[in-house]
Design a protein around this ligand. Structure first.
Ligand SMILES: CC(=O)N[C@H]1[C@@H](OP(=O)(O)OP(=O)(O)OC[C@H]2O[C@@H](n3ccc(=O)[nH]c3=O)[C@H](O)[C@@H]2O)O[C@H](CO)[C@@H](O)[C@@H]1O
Ligand SMILES: C=C(OP(=O)(O)O)C(=O)O
Length: 424
């Protein structure tokens, strides 16, 4: 996969999505589990990994640290971290392009009691401080310094602590959990994030021999252990990829069976789609999404899990351009996640952004245009808009989409979309 900003998706809108699609492994889980494998100092086999560039970047960083990363299949990696002797990835500029590189700080701190890396990047969706990660590491006795874009953490002794997070942070919860797994004594994370991937990462760590209880609730208790061992783990299905296909199905008046999902993780989006008049029927590990009636406008507020996920706010806004009447989307997690709205407006959307809220006035149609993805889910929003627009939409900067959507063009093509990927 290339980060060439000239690569683009070309979509001719107007096709109803029909058929079935298989959801891949969860990006946000996979990219925490790969760094977590450093803690094992052993062989881990991770299955159901999504084919996305974030996974490739992390596998590359682990390799350069001395791990042997072997492809055992298109979605399976065997990661041997026995030969890693230190967790320093300061020269890896590419680690700045993704968020999850910072999990190497927690994992390195746990196993080697030190780590150094570049300040994390990820989607440009507002301010994304790491003060809660630092607060957690420091409470366990680590010294943390941030200078010239490098973050260093080091502890003579890493000692379990009681940590109350000031904000519910997915990243801080996971990073503290990683470090605490091999700290002396007990750690308690209060006001912890409860997202599905927190549970997946905790299950992976427990499978390596960690002692973590309470993941998925807002109090996580970790009893430090002296060593961990390798294990096999299958990544859970991607809640956000599944939600994106649900939205795309609804937007195109489609009828799509979305396979390999955990319906419980999708309750917030299912409820919102039903409120809009979309039929969503659960059948074991599949959801059938059928839209045959005019869509009603709704209010959506992004919240921490189990609320409506911020990562679906952008594609949801594209869907709401088709609803009858005025919808309101309130973004409570990030302070800059409406930048993509200008691109939707270029396609004929009528949206007014006021601070953390956007009012979406439903329009009869969108028109295809040349647009540019500014981040991962902005890209997804433009894809949804392109699917329903009259004429041709050309989306540039699709390396952002490649960060988190496994074979998006192929999957949409198999559902009847007129989409092609152009590589230059
Ligand atoms: C790789 C990954 O898993 N990314 C996800 C993760 O991002 P990420 O882990 O970065 O998001 P957080 O849950 O940490 O951030 C939530 C909020 O807390 C704030 N905050 C966070 C940490 C901190 O130390 N201080 C602080 O103030 C952030 O600015 C943000 O406003 O969860 C987000 C919220 O579900 C998702 O949008 C991202 O897709
Ligand atoms: C914000 C996201 O990702 P990241 O935290 O990896 O930038 C996302 O997946 O929508």
């Amino acid at each position: 996969m290339s980060a060439n900003s000239m690569n683009r998706l070309v979509i001719e809108g107007g096709s109803k999505l029909q058929g079935s699609v298989d959801i891949s492994g969860f990006k946000n889980s996979a990219i925490a589990i790969i760094p977590a494998a450093v803690l094992a100092g052993d062989i881990c086999v991770i299955d159901n990994l999504p084919e996305i560039s974030d996974v490739k970047v992390l596998a590359g960083i682990l390799t350069s640290l001395g791990a042997t990363v072997t492809e055992k299949g298109p979605k399976t990696l065997e990661i041997n971290t026995r030969n890693i002797t230190e967790c320093s990835y300061a020269e890896h500029e590419i680690a700045k392009d993704i968020r999850a590189s910072y999990y190497l700080l927690g994992a390195g701190l746990g196993r080697f009691k030190k780590a150094t890396g570049v300040y994390p990047g990820g989607c440009s969706i507002g301010s994304r401080p790491i003060d809660q990660h630092i607060k957690g590491f420091e409470a366990m006795g680590a010294k943390v310094s941030i200078e010239h874009g490098l973050v260093s953490v080091e502890a003579e002794r890493l000692i379990g602590a009681e940590i109350y997070l000031d904000v519910v942070s997915v990243g801080a919860t996971i990073n503290i959990m990683l470090a605490a797994t091999m700290a002396e004594g007990n750690t308690i994370i209060e006001n912890a994030a409860k997202e599905p991937h927190i549970v997946d990462v905790a299950n992976f760590l427990n499978c390596m021999g960690a002692d973590i209880k309470g993941a998925g609730t807002d109090v996580i208790k970790i009893k430090g252990v002296e060593e961990l061992k390798g294990c096999n783990h299958t990544v859970i299905p991607d809640q956000i990829e599944a939600g994106t296909y649900m939205i795309a199905a609804a937007a195109t008046n489609g009828d799509v069976v979305i396979n390999n999902v955990i319906p419980k993780h999708l309750e917030a989006i299912t409820a919102k789609l039903k409120e809009m008049g979309v039929e969503v029927v659960e059948n074991g590990e599949a959801l059938r999404v059928t839209a045959s009636k005019p869509l009603k406008s709704v209010s959506v507020k992004t919240l921490v899990y189990p609320g409506f996920p911020t990562d679906l706010q952008q594609p949801m806004t594209s869907l709401l351009t088709r609803a009858n009447g005025n919808s309101i989307v309130t973004e409570t997690i990030y302070d800059g996640r409406f930048k993509y709205v200008d691109e939707l407006k270029r396609m004929g959307a009528n949206i007014k952004v006021e601070g953390r809220a956007a009012v979406i006035y439903g329009v009869d149609r969108l028109s295809g245009a040349k647009v540019c993805a500014g981040d991962l889910r902005a890209g997804a929003a433009l894809v949804v808009a392109g699917l329903i627009a009259d004429g041709v939409t050309e989306i540039e900067n699709i390396h952002f989409i490649d960060r988190g959507y496994d074979n998006l063009a192929e999957k949409l093509l198999s559902l009847g979309a007129k989409i092609k990927r152009i590589e230059e």
